[in-house]
Structures are given as structure tokens and as C-alpha cells.
Write a protein that binds this ligand. Sequence first.
Ligand code: MG
Length: 369
Amino acid sequence: MKITRINVWALELPLSRPYSLAGGRFHFDHLDSTLVRLDTDEGISGWGEGCPWGSTYLPAFAGGIRAGVAELAPVILGMDPCRTEVVYRAMNSALPGHPYIKSAIDMACWDLAAICAGRPLCDLLGGRTAGRVRLHSSIPSGTPAEIMHEIEIARELGYTFHSVKIGADVAADIERMRFVDEQMAADEELTFDCNRSWLPAEAITVLNATRELNRVVEQPCDTIEQHLQVRRNVSQPLAIDESLKTMNDLLRIIETGACEVVGMKLTRVGGLSIARKIRDLCIEAGIQMNIEDTGGTTLQATAAVHLAHATPEPFRRATWLCFDKLTRNPVEAGAVNIDGWSVAPELPGIGAVPDVDALGEPIAVYGPS
Ligand code: MG
């Protein structure tokens, strides 16, 4: 099988309500996604998506993905998409680094490989495990009342696991954490996600003032080194999310014992091909994972659900369906939220297919016409 054409769509995804991180540090009302469809000489196609969480969350932006696909298109045209590692090495040779721009192409290759195998993607990533995949909500930062209002909306959608965004103000954060923790039911799970917003001294102050809550606190500071400083001075379990960008970052995390949980987002680490290796290493090291992505439609979320469903409990902690926050999601089938849980679809491939009629004309097409 050979890749004969690469089609690219840009897709604006309005959020149903504006979103704030870390005390209003980042604030936006829509996402900018890129859909990639790889056509082949056997008449079947595979889909991938790359959608950063705005341009300020990570060193990644939508225009970068589109420029990167243009750069990589001549390299992957003519390659066999089912040879996912061979394609990935060719992308790395042609364009070292820039992991986030490779994820959509890599996802489309995995979609094709699974379609060709006649199996759902999870079965190519280790195999579907028992049970369902728990979902977590993503609760924007705000006053305690604003946070609880958002949690109530998430509860109505069935969520019992909440990722609450805090950060920026030590006194306000201590108050928010205590207040929100007190409102949790016995069956509800809670993570406080700081999104890099504290200095180590601030993190140590807040975490020691709230140590009796014993909740996972995610990405309190900017770097792994800063997390190590926090790790030595607090007792709560810590999660690293934004600072896990490469396999080498994970080796450093394991070597130093920097955290007990990682957030693994497909786009940030460079796609399914890298994420599945990180997943396996985390299992060896006893690290729990939130397996998810940085944004996007049902397509991107479903790819993450497949990897999560191929990861055994208790290592898979939760995943996230960004599309729950969108007012536009032109994708058929795929993972859905069932009372706060999800399952990988049974269809061959990713099992989530964008509606080409709703997408309109592609913004770029590479390959012979
Ligand atoms: Mg996070």
C-alpha cells in the first residue's frame, strides 16, 4: 500500500463557553484544528487530527502543524502507511524535533494500519483491556463559586472525576482547594491542575497548607527541575503534564522520582507511535497516566481513547473528551461520554470519520492530481 495523496483541512472549533487557565492567565473561546486525510493506492483512506489547546498552552500552534505537513508531504508520499515506525523515522530524518506537527500524520497512518488489519485501533496498541475508560472533566479556573458552577455542569454530563484549574495566587488557591475538596462526593475524584503557574516556593507553601486533602496536584511549576524541588518538600502525589515532551523527559522523571502520575497528550509527545512507548515505560516504572490529547474533535479524542483502552488499570487513570466543550464537531461515530466513562469503538481503525461535506474544500492537497 502507498500513500498517494495528502488532504489538509483547517477547522475552527468554537467552545460552548470561554475557557481560562491559571487564574485567567490564558483565556480563549475557540480552538484551531487541522485534519489530515491520507489517501492510498488501494482506495482506502486514514484520518488524523492535530489541535493544540490554543497557542499559549504549549510551544505548539495550529499554523505550525499546517506548515509542518507541507514540509513532510514530499517525504511520506509513496510510503506504506502501515509501516508506522518506518514512516515516523522518515519524518524525523526530514524534520528533527517539532513532535506536535507529526501527530496528525502518524494518527492517520495508525488509522490505515488498523483498517487494513480489520481491527479496532486499540488492538494494534496492545489489545483492548477489560472495563471502560474513565473520563475526567476539565474545569476552568475561577472563584470557588465559578468552579463549582462548572463542576455542576460536568456532573450533569455524568463526570465523577474533575480536573480543576488553579494557580497564580497562593492565598486564593489554598481557599479554592479546600472549598472544592469539601464539595466532593465520596465517589468523586479530584485533581488540582496548576498548569505551570507556581514558583517552587509558592507550590511548597500551598501544598503543605493543604496536605490533608491528599489530592494529586498536576504540573505545579514550569520544569522537571522545579518539580524535583517541590517533590522533596511536600507529601502529596504529583503529576507532570506539560513537562513530559519526549522519551528522554520520561527517563529523567523515572530516574529522579519526580512524580507519581503523568499526563500524556498524543500531540505533545509526537503522536501514537511515541505515546505507546511512553505508555509501556510508565507501566514498567509504576507511573499512572492520564492518556488524552490537547484538543480537537471526536477524531482526536477517540484516538486517545483507543490507547487508554489498550492500557491496563490501574495505570490508565482517566482520559478527556475535548469535544464535550465544542459547538462544532463534524465527525461521525467515535468515542462518546457514557455517564463519565467511554470505550474504544469496535469498528476497524479509529472508528471516527470526519464528514467531508461539512468540512468543505481542503486548504491543501499534496500528491499527483
Ligand atoms: Mg494538565
